[in-house]
Ligand binder design. Structure first.
Ligand code: NAP
Length: 446
């Protein structure tokens, strides 16, 4: 291990770190360009991330003036690492090649290895010459909105920037590594009451859920709203139900096991539907949806909360969108950020227009939204849904768990942190939030 990494882990200050040299390589999880066709002909569920994800030494690129090298103490698995590792719907090397053509700094990304990972909590090691707000030794979390702040289209709402990208998915040198390269405008303070692994699992899913529900750029949820949340203990859903509760609303969580029902009950979600137990068949066959099954879901929701929902928090996509549009109340909103089960969506448009409903698209979050969502974590008002922790060497296994929906909440990955449980600097706030509540997901793992 290089001196600067050891020093940072031991808590060295800014002056000490400034004088130390960076290593030339870093241990990282990556996929290889030459493997892009390795799963051709296989069904999605048979494509195995354990075969495509490698862990090894990767050369660190030179730092651009607006960037920082961050020692990643812990990271997490997001669904986008599943997509990269199974090369669906596209190989992410296409994204890197496009970025490579944009500028001399962009060219660093177009290599034959893609270092993945879109979350991270760690310590700033070095900053580029134009970075003003952060310096070596700062403890940070990283959000994944990667935008060029000299691009006029990136102002107002940076998610509307013409060259907006997701770090570690559409860029290289992501968070599943000991050292990552980030833009300074991705940095946010690390929550002081959380461990490294608890701090690392939030930024991507928490910010996405915040924009989808809370922000005026999303569904603009108001006090008392009733919200149907698909995958309510998954990465996005685990944050979504907390936002509904915090906003004085009523979440209706949909999950697929008794253990997940218990997690939701412990979080304070009383209205829960176990979709496996209910056995909904929204598609009678591959081409035909069954409206009577949408009605059955609607009836189940009314049975639980006595009303229809104002908002549906959508991401499963093809399997559920018809039902989601149907069960939303008159003038309600279906907010969607994904389509895990298929992106060619079908719904009955009569239920949309006759009842004046809106389908709202949403994607990650701008810096202000991500910052506010992080602030709520820092204040202990949103809990990190960490359920399990893997080592960097086990990234393939961890990604497999998410691909196969074997996980709950978020899976953390230890990168430079020597063990779990480190990084807490505010034990008083931790005690106030409560060890019990911080461990709801871990208690139910497996
Ligand atoms: N656009 C963005 O900014 C953004 C950000 C984050 C994630 N995403 C995307 O959003 C999707 C979900 O991400 P995530 O992190 O929440 O994943 P996740 O941790 O796997 O959770 C998703 C949950 O959805 C439920 N689900 C899966 N397939 C379903 C189906 N066919 N019908 C009903 N429920 C189903 C599962 O819960 P149960 O089995 O318990 O029902 C699963 O746990 C992924 O496609 C991801 O790429 C997009």
């Amino acid at each position: 291990m290089s001196d600067i990494i050891t020093a940072a882990i031991e808590g060295a200050g800014r002056e000490d770190l400034l004088g130390m040299a960076m290593p030339e390589t870093t241990k990282a999880a990556y996929v290889r360009r030459e493997d892009s066709g390795m799963f051709e002909g296989l069904a999605s569920e048979d494509k195995d991330p354990r075969a495509s994800l490698k862990v090894g030494e990767i050369a660190l690129p030179e730092l651009a003036p607006d960037e920082a090298y961050v020692l990643i103490m812990a990271s997490s698995i997001n669904f986008n690492t599943v997509w990269t590792s199974i090369f669906e719907p596209l190989s992410t090397f296409g994204f890197l090649d496009r970025l490579g053509k944009e500028s001399i700094w962009g060219a660093r990304h177009a290599t034959d290895t893609h270092v993945v990972g879109s979350d991270g909590a760690g310590i700033v090691l070095k900053t580029g010459s134009s970075v003003r707000s952060w310096g070596p030794g700062d403890q940070v979390t990283i959000h994944c909105n990667y935008v060029d702040d000299q691009d006029p289209s990136a102002h107002d709402d940076s998610m509307l920037a013409s060259n907006q990208r997701i770090w570690g998915f559409e860029t290289n040198f992501g968070g599943l590594a000991e050292i990552a390269v980030v833009k300074a405008n991705q940095l946010m303070p690390k929550p002081t009451h959380l461990t490294w692994e608890e701090s690392a699992v939030n930024a991507l899913c928490n910010s996405t859920s915040y924009r989808m529900l809370v922000s005026g750029n999303g569904a603009d949820m108001t006090q008392g709203d009733k919200v149907l949340v698909w995958g309510a203990t998954g990465g996005l859903g685990a944050f979504a139900v907390q936002y509904v509760l915090n906003g004085g609303g009523t979440p209706v969580g949909v999950v697929s096991s008794a253990s997940k029902v218990e997690i939701l009950n412990e979080l304070g979600v009383d209205a829960v539907i176990d979709r496996k137990e209910k056995g909904y068949r929204f598609w009678a066959d591959e081409h035909t949806q069954d409206e009577s099954e949408w009605r059955r879901l609607g009836k189940d929701i009314r049975g639980l909360i006595g009303d229809d929902v104002d908002i549906v928090f959508e991401h499963p996509g093809r399997q559920t969108m018809g039902a989601s549009v149907f069960v939303t109340r008159r003038a309600g909103t279906i907010v969607t950020c994904a389509a895990t089960s298929g992106y060619m969506i079908e719904y009955d448009n009569r239920h949309l227009w006759m009842k004046l409903k809106t389908i709202k698209g949403s994607h990650f979050a701008n810096y202000r939204e991500a910052w506010h969502a992080n602030q709520l974590i820092c204040e202990g008002k949103i809990l990190p849904p960490l359920s399990a922790v893997f080592s960097l060497d086990q990234v393939g296994d961890a990604t497999y768990q998410v691909h196969k929906n074997l996980h709950e909440g978020k899976i953390g990955v230890l990168c430079a942190a020597p063990s779990e449980g480190l990084g807490i600097t505010n034990p008083e706030l931790r005690a106030q939030v409560g060890e019990d509540r911080l461990n709801i997901f871990r208690r139910h793992d497996g």
